[in-house]
Design a protein around this ligand. Structure first.
Ligand SMILES: *Cc1c(COP(=O)(O)O)cnc(C)c1O
Length: 418
């Protein structure tokens, strides 16, 4: 059973200050999980998690993760700007983007971020844009084909089919790229790959590491490049469904260590740092979208309308993704009513759940939509003129803090020219 990290009483208190809907984050859960990740990779002295900012772009969240030793993984101008303003600097920032605008390379270089190139042509583009090749540079690898470990909930709609993914260098391009970069002045190299999304398998990182470690050994042998880090990127998933098993991060860390000791250490590469760029694993379970039942409708189906909509959480509409729902105060009531839980967008896919068995809902009931801490608020949009909600932090001492106010009509109209 999935349990919310707040009680009904806490939520009732909060809704006096923060009107629904709002995104709520659990500081305690975020910190404890970040520490488990760090412990799982403590065997690797250079280990660092670069939190994928796109998952939860909020300064308070970024600062909490910074305190836990994380850097940031940015892929746009505003993400770089946010990381900078939050106090991340130099090698604490990874810049992993694709189809990259010139101004973003300029800012990444100015901040001293580690640039992770997505394509062979970006080598010349970077040089032409900033005037030099940084001493430390990384390249993203795409082995092509399919990668089938820990098949993800969203199936082919998400990235687990590298041959169809737009990212990264082919193997041949990577070897040529390293040689070219070295000739252009690069001294320290990194390798990055992201082959599958939301994996629920302790084997994803170990399998990926096996591929990347062997690649690193081959690259070093053929190009003589000094490989300093291997970036396993994101992709470690979370169990959105109650019956799914959670990943065991300690087992994942051990699995990567075995590959490291089998492949890198014997090749004299026992000083290579392991990096991760997790987003979902770091935040998803520690976020709830809190919403209220506002309407019932009975036609060919039973609908319960809530005051949140896909503009607040797009995953169900976009991927048909499952997000568990708890009707607060009715945690132990039988789930004997079948509902479609809908938002108010004029879009029929604006449904948080379809044919979901839930306890009988009354008007005004508070609903928690689970696992919305990553790729939740951040994927929000303004369709139908709907406004983005507030974000609230539940602090370790049980108090709350508004960490982003809700949008107002003025925000929505701010870019218009009348
Ligand atoms: C989205 C993304 C991540 C994070 O992915 P998760 O599935 O949230 O772990 C990491 N790195 C890059 C380059 C990404 O695009």
């Amino acid at each position: 059973m999935k349990k919310p990290f707040v009680t009904l009483e806490q939520l009732q208190e909060m809704t006096k200050t923060y009107p629904t809907p709002f995104h709520l984050y659990d500081e305690k859960g975020i910190r404890e999980n970040a520490r488990k990740l760090k412990a799982a990779f403590a065997w690797n002295p250079g280990f660092k998690e670069y939190f994928a900012v796109k998952a939860t772009p909020n300064p308070t969240i970024l600062k909490i993760l910074h305190e836990e030793g994380c850097g940031t993984d940015c892929s746009s101008l505003t993400e770089l700007m946010m990381a900078d303003r939050c106090g991340f600097s130099g090698s604490e920032i990874m810049f992993s983007s694709n189809d990259t605008p010139a101004e973003e390379f300029v800012l990444a270089a100015k901040l001293g971020a580690t640039i992770n190139l997505d394509d062979f042509t970006h080598i010349d583009f970077l040089k032409d844009t900033i005037g030099y090749i940084p001493e430390t540079i990384s390249c993203r690898f795409n082995p092509g084909g399919t990668f089938s470990i820990g098949a993800s909930e969203e199936g082919f709609q998400v990235m687990d089919n590298p041959g169809e993914a737009k990212y990264g260098f082919t193997r041949e391009q990577l070897f040529e790229g390293f040689k070219k970069l070295k000739a252009m002045g690069a001294k320290h190299f990194g390798i990055h790959a992201f082959l599958a999304s939301n994996t629920l398998s302790n084997e994803y990182y170990p399998t990926l590491s096996g591929i990347l470690f062997q690649l690193a050994v081959d690259l070093k042998k053929e190009t003589g490049c000094d490989i300093r880090f291997i970036n396993l990127s994101g992709g470690v998933g979370v169990p959105y469904r109650p019956e799914q098993p959670a990943n065991d991060i300690a087992a994942i860390g051990e699995g990567v260590r075995k590959q490291y000791e089998a492949i890198l250490t014997p090749a004299g590469m026992g000083d290579v740092a392991i990096f991760t760029e997790l987003g979902r694993f770091m935040l998803a379970p520690y976020g709830h979208l809190v919403t209220k039942a506002t309407h019932f409708k009975h036609t060919y189906k039973e609908y319960v309308g809530v005051d949140a909509c896909a503009a607040n959480l797009m995953r169900p509409a976009m991927y048909g993704a499952y997000h568990h729902i708890t009707v607060m105060g009715k945690e132990n009531a039988p789930c004997d009513h079948k509902y479609d839980v809908t938002g108010s967008l004029c879009e029929n896919n604006d449904k948080f759940a379809v044919d979901r068995m839930l306890p009988e809902i009354d008007l005004g009931d508070l609903l928690v939509i689970h696992d919305t801490g990553a790729h939740g608020f951040s994927m929000g949009y303004n369709y139908n003129g709907r406004l983005r909600s507030a974000e609230v932090l539940l602090k370790e001492d049980g108090s709350t803090e508004l960490i982003r106010r809700a949008e107002t009509p003025d925000d929505y109209f701010a870019t218009l020219i009348w």
